[in-house]
Design a protein around this ligand. Structure first.
Ligand code: NYM
Ligand code: MG
Length: 226
């Protein structure tokens, strides 16, 4: 049961390009946290288990088509429908690992080819970020940095929409832009070289997690917002 003395959990986002190893690292991390006595849970985005998630899944697997703005808003709605549960989980003292979050949301839409329209550009970073304003803000964003060459070598690349070289290169540039943008407090991003072995990457990820946990301990207990 929650008492006023239960320290809140940390909100830790894992981000990166497709095939950077996010899901592998999240699984390892979850085990390591729990075996270290730190209650933790995993929330993947998109969450394909909900009604909105089912629509997103059929878009990603190209069984349906949606215009760029509509699918963008659905990805955001898929996060909003989990907001209350994210907040109550954190308050109960459980740390949450997010396998992708709003940052993937912003860059994957902003990377799409622009149709010639009058400004304001409906796929600008600013436009893409707007629907996520107010969602819980991660205490740290661990970014798994992988080269295009390494990503392409990994199994399954190319299966889904967006898993094309040109798109991934744009996504890479936009992630760089976002990390350097100043739209985040200094130090929100923890960038890791994801080209090493699974064990090597896991060690670096763990350091980022410890930093996230430290920040929560030193904070005022409140979950910040985007
Ligand atoms: N993606 C993911 C988006 O386009 N917008 C979002 O808001 C999120 C969370 O979905 N290529 C894209 C990135 C991926 C794809 O993700 C599926 P995953 O982690 O492979 O299930
Ligand atoms: Mg994928």
């Amino acid at each position: 049961m929650t008492t006023p003395h239960t320290p809140r959990g940390a909100l830790i986002a894992i981000e990166g390009l497709d095939r950077a190893g996010k899901s592998t690292q999240c699984d390892l991390l979850l085990k390591r946290l729990n075996s270290s006595g730190i209650p933790a849970t995993l929330q993947k985005f998109p969450d394909r288990t909900t009604a909105i998630g089912t629509t997103i899944n059929s878009y990603l697997t190209s069984t349906s088509h949606l215009d760029d703005q509509s699918i963008h808003l659905l990805f955001s709605a898929n996060r909003w429908e989990r907001r209350d549960s994210l907040l109550s989980t954190l308050t109960s003292g459980t740390t949450i690992l997010l396998d992708r979050y709003i940052y993937s949301g912003i860059v994957f839409t902003a990377a799409k080819p622009k149709s010639p329209v009058q400004p304001p550009n409906p796929l600008s970073i600013q436009w893409c970020k707007a629907p996520d304003i107010g969602l819980p803000r991660p205490d740290i964003i661990i970014f798994l940095n992988i080269t295009q060459e390494d990503a392409e070598k990994r199994a399954g690349f190319g299966d889904e929409r967006y898993e094309k070289k040109e798109m991934q290169e744009k996504v890479r540039r936009l992630f760089e832009e976002l990390r350097g943008e100043g739209s985040n407090d200094k130090g929100d991003w923890w960038v890791i070289d994801a080209g090493g072995t699974v064990e090597e990457v896991a060690e670096e990820v763990w350091k980022g997690v410890l930093e996230g946990l430290r920040r929560v301990k030193e904070g005022n207990g409140e979950v910040r917002s985007i």
